[in-house]
Structure formats: C-alpha cells, structure tokens
Ligand binder design. Structure first.
Ligand code: ADP
Ligand code: MG
Length: 454
C-alpha cells in the first residue's frame, strides 16, 4: 500500500512535467512494484510502453523519485500484465506487513479511511481571492445547507487551482459540524470507475450500489474521466439520482464545465447543469502571495517579502507547483541555516518552473501540420469544410493551444475565421482522441518534434 501511495505522489509530480495526453497514454497504468537498495522497479503493461517510457521519461522519473527520497539511485522497468502486478502487490503487502519494513511515511497523506478525506484540506486554510470567491461562497453555503441549496455543486477549473482542496474542505467541514454523524465520502472518478469494474467482474454490483446509496454527502473529484465509460456513467447516473431524490448532497469537480466534457451523456450533463455550476479561475498575484503567507504562518517559518513576491510572480497558475517551489526554498533555507536571497530563490525557481524554450511561430505549426496530413497550409486556414481537412485543422487548433497557449478566439480566427467555440471543441476533442488513438498521438508527437527543432 505504501509503495502505491509513494508512486501516486510521484505520478502527481510527473504529470506536471509532461503533457497530459502523454501522461495518460504512457504512465497512467504504470506501477511501482518494488523499491529497495536504491532501485525502484516500475512495471508497464507492454513492451512498447516500456521502451517508450525508458527512452523518453527516465530522467524525469528518476529526478522525481530522487526528490522524494534521495536514496534512490536508479529506476528499472519491466513488462507485466495488470493481473500479475496485482498478484505481486498482494505478496509485497503481506511481506512488508510481516517484515515490518520501515518505509517512508507521508503525514500529509493520512486520509480518513471512512471518508477518504485528507484532513489537511480545510475550508479555513483555503485563501479567498478574486478567482475563487464565487466557488468559495457556494462551497460554504453547502456547508450551511447540506443537500438543499446548491445541489449538485459543480466546481470546475484548470490544474492546480484548488478544486480538490475546496471540495475536500467542504467534506471535512460538514463532517466536523455534524460531529461525524453525516456520512461523507470522497472519491476520485477513477476510483469510482474501478469499483464499478470490480463490481461487474465479481457480480457484486449490489454491494457497490448499497455503499454509495447510504451516503449523505458524495464528493466526486475530476468527473471528466467518467465521460465515455458507458457502464460507469450509467451507474453514476443511478447513484446520482438516488441520492438526489433523497436530498443528499452531491459535489463534483471537473477540469471543464459540463457542456465541454466531450463524451458525457446528455442526461448526466443536464443533471449537472441543473445545480450550481461555478468556476475557479487562475490565481492572480495577490492571491498567490496571500496563499504563500498563509502557508508560512501554518508552518511557523518566515521568508523575506521579496522572495515571497518573487515566487508569486514567477509561478504562473498552478498552485501545486507553487507549493513545490516554496517547499524547496524552505528546505534550502533550513539546510543552509540562513535567510534565502533573491538570487538563490531565483535559481531554485528556475529549476522547477520551465519557461518556454523559445517562441514558436504559429505559421510554423500550421505548416508542420499541413505537411503531416499531406494538405496545403492554405487549405488549413481556408474555410473549406472538406472532410479530410477537418481532422488536420482540429489538430492544428489543438497544437496552437497546447504548444503556444494561444487564446481560443485567436486560434479560431487564424484557422479560417471560425468561432472560438470551434477551437475550444477541437482542443477538447483531440485531447480526448489522443488517449484512445495511438496513431494519432504519435503523429501529433512527431509534429511537435518537427516544430520544436525547426
Ligand atoms: P486542483 O484539484 O484544482 O488541481 P488542488 O486542490 O490540488 O488543485 O490545489 C493545489 C495545491 O494548492 C494544494 O496544495 C492546495 O492546498 C493549494 N491551494 C489551492 N488553492 C488554494 C487556496 N485558495 N488557499 C490555499 N491553498 C490552496
Ligand atoms: Mg484535484
């Protein structure tokens, strides 16, 4: 179990260092099988994935594991089917229970086994600013009015803006305010999916159903991953209805609003939209600085104001990365036993925050896509709707967003004077397709290679 926690923590970090589609394709089903004598053994489901990960991500994986545990010397990779991994894991768990092998402990990860909530996420430690005040207001209303006022509460926003913190904060608050009487359950949509799969396989779907229907507050994190998984969506829909009709509170988070989760069934989408839908935007400078100050207070340490300002300025949007930067700086300060200077802080930040290496010309992206799809660049930026151009154009839109972070209106305009919703749709569609279509993903990766080398 602890190996798994360790690996999940590492994966969360690795996910920030590579693109999401690559992460989903290559590392999602990886497992940490063993870790001893400084060697971490990672399993991948097939040879292809093993070679790919070894060639492309070894450095990142090793670096991440070293950061977490500096006794890590190397990483080795093996191919193992999922079933074999499960069997092996059971063995290791049993073994480590009897051997009492001392492993790294994670105080931050002590989740309550009944609710799955991490006590570290509280409403009190959630700092409020312009980008999250509406979501915060909705969340606190739910605490006061469980199950009636805002139901379901649907919170969406980008990676690392505080969704998990806020929804778990509500869970913890409701739980405490009711003196543990209200039954709260936090679940990632992945965990929910796995339970449904387990239930189907073992003909124990009723057990799962009963378990979820006894809950007073159901919190589902990152619901976007449920879209397209037929049976899971079906089960979730029924659970949702049962709880909803019973006036039980449902809280959901997602990386996008319901209407942009591409494969979500209409009926579930309209259920979500029938409640309170509210977003958390990217934090501005003030909010980032306030969160940093708050964290310093919590930890009872201090940092020069100019360094706090520098961190808030340099970390763009992802608060999880900001957290990592802060921890590194504090660690350094502690190890050297001296106040950290602006210059050293800058060096540490440089290590963590990757700036785009250089500016890529959008025209080069369009050109490379055209070449890869055997069409002409002018076809791509024309308004022509020929079938064979549609996919190529969507890929171009996706890449302009993914590589250059261009705004949707700009992308739409650039590729045939289209509406920004067309660009948004293209981005979401290709993001999803990549996870299912390896050929498309490889094509896109080779286009990326071309542009970044030219
Ligand atoms: P998300 O689920 O949106 O990806 P998280 O909830 O995991 O983001 O937040 C990332 C990190 O930033 C966490 O450590 C969280 O505690 C912290 N964080 C995010 N928003 C706030 C906030 N408003 N106040 C304090 N900490 C925050
Ligand atoms: Mg989250």
């Amino acid at each position: 179990m602890e190996l798994n926690d360790f690996w999940q923590t590492a994966l969360a970090d690795i996910e920030l260092q590579i693109s999401r589609p690559n992460f989903m394709t290559w590392l999602k089903s990886s497992q940490l099988i063993d870790k001893k004598d400084g060697v971490a053994l990672i399993s991948l489901p097939n040879n292809f994935a093993k070679n790919w990960v070894q060639n492309k991500y070894h450095k990142i994986i090793l670096g991440t594991l070293r950061n977490m545990d500096d006794t890590t010397k190397n990483v080795e990779y093996i191919v193992q089917s999922i079933a074999a991994v499960e069997a092996l894991k059971n063995k290791i768990i049993k073994k480590s229970a009897t051997d009492n092998v001392g492993q790294q402990s994670f105080p931050e990860m002590k989740v309550d086994p009944e609710t799955n909530l991490n006590p570290r996420y509280t409403i009190n430690s959630f700092v409020v600013g312009k980008s999250n005040e509406l979501a915060y207001a909705a969340a606190t209303s739910v605490v006061k009015d469980v199950g009636s006022k805002y139901n379901p509460l649907f919170i969406y926003g980008g990676v690392g803006v505080g969704k998990t913190h806020l929804i778990q904060g509500v869970g913890n608050e409701v739980r405490n305010a009711s003196h543990n009487k209200l039954r709260v359950k936090y679940v990632s949509s992945e965990k929910f999916t796995n339970e449904v799969i387990w239930g189907i396989k073992n003909k124990r779907m009723e057990t799962i159903k009963d378990k979820y229907r006894m809950i007073d507050v159901l919190i589902v994190d990152d619901i976007q991953f449920i879209g397209g998984k037929e049976r899971t969506e079906e089960e979730f829909f029924h659970t949702f209805n049962a709880l909803y009709e019973d006036n039980k509170q449902i809280i959901i988070s997602s990386d996008k609003p319901p209407r942009f989760i591409p494969t979500l069934h209409e009926r579930l989408r309209s259920r979500f939209e029938g409640g309170m839908v509210v977003d958390i935007g990217y934090p501005d400078y003030e909010l980032k600085a306030a969160i940093l100050k708050n964290k310093l207070d919590e930890k009872g340490v201090s940092l020069k104001d100019e360094v706090v300002g520098l961190i808030a300025h340099r970390v763009s949007k992802n608060l999880r990365i900001m957290d990592g930067v802060l921890n590194r700086i504090l660690f350094y300060q502690h190890a050297k036993n001296m106040d950290i200077t602006h210059k050293i802080a800058e060096q540490i930040i440089d290590e963590v925050v990757q700036e785009p290496v250089r500016n890529i010309d959008p025209n080069e992206v369009v050109k490379a896509v055209a070449e890869a799809f055997n069409v002409s660049p002018s076809d791509l930026i024309s308004r022509c709707r020929k079938q064979e151009l549609v996919l190529a154009r969507q890929v171009a839109m996706y890449l302009l967003r993914d590589l250059l972070a261009m705004s949707y209106p700009f992308i739409g305009e650039k590729l045939g004077k289209r509406d920004h919703t067309t660009a948004m749709y293209a981005y979401e569609k290709i993001s999803g397709d990549i996870n299912r279509n390896t050929a498309l993903m490889q094509k896109i990766m080779s286009i990326k290679d071309t542009v970044s080398k030219s």
